[in-house]
Design a protein around this ligand. Structure first.
Ligand code: HEM
Length: 404
């Protein structure tokens, strides 16, 4: 059916003038892929679908959202009230809002699995370094986007979360106070903060789209790695359509079922999607007992919190991202996939457990015990990157297959 459309005279007419059909054929139909890609390779396409859902639902939300803290007749802020209006009065507003909120959480879930797959199969290694770097950029932009977006409903967690996180800027030496005021647009989080966060929450997804396009373009130059990590011979290459269009559609279908479950039956995800306290309007006079970022930001937040000095904490958190950027050059082993690298596989498992532990600690109020656990987990996080350059010296890899 798709081939018929592309062979039609109308498509030919368009192609003679724009090369659009050739482009689609090259990148979506005939695009050469190894024949042994498993379902872990569906996460890239799923992420694309979530990105589209987020942009669309975000645009519809923006049509009715008001970025202002002015009090309304009932004493709430315009921002908080406009979200309530979207939920109650706007046709299908509740659906659009929950799609957006659930989408943000599932986006991170999908991306973390996508990254874990890349780590396991060594997809960050030459020649896919740029692909990986663009990926880490995407992660940073996503985290910034979600941070800006979280302030918009102007609930208790929005306000206090933004207060805690923007405070970080104040720790920068010399220019800290100036920077903090610049970010907040005043001495504390308020109406000017909401205005700039709304603009930035609109802007960063545009940047995200550009970087994602670059990520996919880079992929189409170096082509997909595969679970064995060995180069694929010509005889084991198959076209993307119909093999992976169908396989990815199945993955997308399963994802949409899980996504719909949360949208329709559990939109707060027991506090993991929307903090229950955020249904209360922001109150600058009342600090909640437990302020923590959403779960997908907590591993990095915990690294920051693990260091007793605020400035060093920021440096530590920044270094955690730098390590991710440097990964392709830290790992010197000629073997890609963890399937054939027993030591790397063990290190990776410890690394994943460390990230999970950091996430857990960062999500809970500070106690001496959790602080200690968080510090140990931070050490394990960095140990992964520090040990990586030496592993190939003593690791006995398993024999590699000749072909995929
Ligand atoms: C909006 C976010 C993203 C989108 C839409 C996206 C999209 C894709 C797509 C469509 C593929 C090809 C299919 C696949 O291998 O799954 C891919 C591959 C890849 N992505 Fe992403 N990606 C995103 C984020 C990231 C992030 C955050 C990273 C890592 C930090 C990353 C690293 C990679 C790598 C290394 C590959 C090659 C995998 C291989 O060939 O084995 N991506 N991406």
């Amino acid at each position: 059916m798709i081939k018929k459309i592309l062979d039609s005279s109308a498509a030919q007419w368009l192609d003679d003038r724009t090369h659009a059909v050739q482009y689609i054929r090259f990148h979506l139909i005939d695009y050469p892929t190894p024949k042994n890609l498993n379902y872990m390779y569906a996460f890239g396409s799923i992420a694309l679908v979530v990105l589209i859902l987020q942009v669309l639902s975000g645009l519809f939300l923006a049509m009715d959202y008001k970025a202002a803290t002015l009090p309304t007749g009932n004493g709430f802020s315009l921002a908080f009230d406009s979200v309530e209006r979207i939920m109650r009065d706007v046709n299908y507003g509740w659906l659009i809002r929950y799609m957006h909120a659930v989408g943000a959480t599932t986006f991170f879930f999908v991306i973390y699995l996508h990254m874990a797959r890349g780590l396991y199969y060594g997809s960050y290694k030459k020649p896919r370094e740029f692909l990986w770097i663009m990926g880490v950029m995407i992660l940073l932009i996503m985290q910034a986007t979600v941070f800006f977006g979280y302030l918009l409903p102007w609930g208790q967690m929005s306000f206090w979360g933004a207060t805690v996180i923007t405070n970080i800027f104040g720790a920068v030496p010399v220019i800290g106070d100036w920077l903090l005021q610049l970010v907040r647009g005043g001495f504390s989080v308020g109406d000017p903060t909401l205005g700039r966060f709304f603009v930035l929450h609109f802007l960063t997804p545009l940047l995200l789209i550009v970087v994602v396009l670059w990520h996919v373009m880079a992929l189409h130059v170096v082509h997909s790695n595969n679970p064995t990590g060995v180069e694929t011979s010509k005889k084991n290459i198959i076209p993307f359509h119909p093999y992976y269009t169908v396989k990815d559609l199945l993955g997308i279908g399963v994802f949409l079922i899980i996504y719909s479950y949360f949208v329709f039956f559990n939109p707060t995800g027991n506090g993991l999607i929307i903090e229950v306290n955020n249904f209360n309007p922001a109150n600058p006079m009342h600090t909640p007992g437990d302020i923590s970022p959403v779960w997908y930001l907590t591993p990095w937040y915990e690294i920051l919190r693990s260091v007793p000095n605020k400035l060093l904490g920021i440096v530590g958190m920044g270094f955690a991202y730098v390590c991710l950027f440097l990964l392709p050059w830290l790992d010197r082993s000629p073997v890609r996939s963890a399937r054939y690298r027993p030591v790397y596989r063990m290190m990776l498992i410890v690394f994943f457990v460390a990230i999970g532990t950091l996430g857990y600690c960062g999500h809970h109020p500070v106690t001496p015990e959790l602080t200690l656990v968080g510090r140990i987990a931070s050490v394990f996080y960095f140990a992964f990157f520090f040990l990586l350059p030496f592993v190939h010296k003593f690791e006995k890899t398993k024999p590699l297959p000749e072909d995929v």
